[in-house]
Design a protein around this ligand. Structure first.
Ligand code: ATP
Length: 285
């Protein structure tokens, strides 16, 4: 089976989609490389869900070229569908079934599924295998969604806001699970509103604003973040002081020499991913 031309899992050129007079996706070019975690960021209504649903083959497009695992999702069939995994924002409802029953049932839909018990274990639900979904917490429901998304052993996994409502510890464990999937070779396209999640997980991020992709880069370089000066702050004569500098270490050494050791209230600040993200979407308005 053909995987991907030039190690590209997703290739999009000139993608356009309008709902009536409203253009939701407005000429997007995007490449997701095989084996990477790519995070799509953007404010509410930016077009993330529309774009990903087109890539998943769940929504038609008005214009543009799209290749996902080498095939056009608008025309691809069941064999292609078995190579992708999808975790939607909303959980499905399976009130009367247990976790194990659901996972075993859905395994029947795939030509070469992963072992259901191993998948339940991988998402940390082994001790809930006999529980009905109504007895699960929100975070546990989300883990079941992910279990179903990875059950077919997909080459490409779509994760739509996977950790909404998770407590911090569960989020960390979930991140480990996602990083483990990447380590196993799964390509992951993630949409999220959590900048720390993108920073922790993503190899590259793309920022979508009003249907246009305004920047694509690593979390460290997005929006020229790596080039931005650092701000050194300290307290002197009871008043806060600050200086923007490309050489914070030299500034601190000079300050330390001047104070004869410890510099009161010393901190070094660099723009966070959230800072550059907010600047990028502000400029796009
Ligand atoms: N089925 C639809 N019919 C009409 N307009 C739609 C439809 N789906 C989405 N839209 C509009 O298209 C735009 C993009 O929506 P989309 O759901 O793709 O954004 P999003 O980036 O996923 O937002 P969020 O972060 O809130 O999930 C929005 O203005 C939305 O109102």
């Amino acid at each position: 089976m053909e995987t991907t031309p030039g190690n590209t899992a997703v290739r999009v050129r000139g993608l356009r989609k309008a709902y009536g007079s409203h253009t939701a996706v407005d000429g997007v070019d995007l490449d997701v490389r095989t084996g990477e975690i790519f995070a799509l960021l953007g404010p509410n209504g930016a077009g993330k869900t529309t774009a990903t649903e087109i890539l998943e083959g769940q929504r038609g497009r008005d214009a543009g070229e799209v290749a996902v695992l080498g095939e056009d999702p608008a025309r691809a069939g069941a064999a292609w569908r078995a190579r992708i995994g999808i975790v939607l924002q909303e959980s499905k409802d399976f009130a009367e079934l247990t976790v194990a029953e659901i996972v075993r049932h859905f395994a029947l839909y795939y030509p070469a599924p992963r072992d259901p018990d191993e998948v339940i274990d991988a998402v940390g639900l082994a001790d809930k295998a006999g529980s009905r979904t109504t007895q699960l917490s929100g975070g546990q429901r989300r883990r079941l969604d992910v279990a179903l998304g990875i059950l077919g052993d997909p080459e490409l996994l779509f994760l739509d806001e996977p950790t909404t409502g998770f407590d911090p510890e569960v989020r960390r464990r979930f991140w480990d699970l996602i990083a483990g999937l990447r380590a196993d070779g799964t390509t992951i396209l993630l949409t999220t509103h959590y900048l720390d999640e993108a920073e922790h997980l993503a190899d590259r991020v793309g920022v979508l604003a009003a249907g246009r992709l305004v920047d694509v880069d690593t979390p460290a370089r997005l929006g020229g973040r790596h080039l931005a000066p650092a701000t050194v702050r300290w307290t002197e004569a009871g008043a806060p002081q600050e200086i923007a500098t490309d050489a914070p270490t030299a500034e601190i050494a000079a300050l330390s020499a001047r104070f004869g050791g410890e510099v009161p209230g010393l901190s070094v600040y660099r723009p966070s991913l959230e800072d550059v993200y907010l600047t990028l979407i502000g400029e796009a308005r």
